[in-house]
Ligand binder design. Structure first.
Ligand SMILES: CC(=O)Nc1ccn([C@H]2C[C@H](O)[C@@H](CO)O2)c(=O)n1
Length: 102
């Protein structure tokens, strides 16, 4: 059975257009596997909006995030760090989930 991942609705259009190709999560969402298909829905209302395939899951520390990660999120590095620190306050150990649309 397909596992699920949610995204805040403000990221939906970036995912559907292919501008956002990674998401950075905490350890609770680090157990996805390469090749796994995930059903993607909106965090706010649970509405399904696409399926993605996981390309990789890679540990990263907050201070290791670069402009490359930010570009893959379709953000500046400052915006990315701000978003992550709001979602995961004071968390240093993160995971980059790389994906593409199916
Ligand atoms: C439940 C939960 O954690 N939901 C999340 C977490 C992260 N995101 C987005 C925000 C940024 O674009 C990246 C990096 O964290 O992933 C999200 O949409 N929903």
């Amino acid at each position: 059975m397909k596992r699920e991942i949610t995204f805040y609705s403000r990221f939906e259009s970036d995912i559907l257009s292919g501008k956002k190709t990674i998401t950075i999560r905490d350890s609770s969402e680090s157990h996805f596997e390469k090749g796994e298909l995930l059903s993607v829905s909106r965090n706010e209302d649970g509405q399904y909006f696409c399926t993605i395939e996981v390309d990789s899951v890679t540990p990263v520390l907050m201070n290791e995030l670069t402009e490359v990660h930010a570009a893959q999120e379709n953000m500046t590095l400052g915006e990315l760090k701000q978003v992550i620190s709001e979602i995961y306050p004071r968390l240093n150990e993160l995971y980059v989930i790389s994906f593409h649309m199916r």
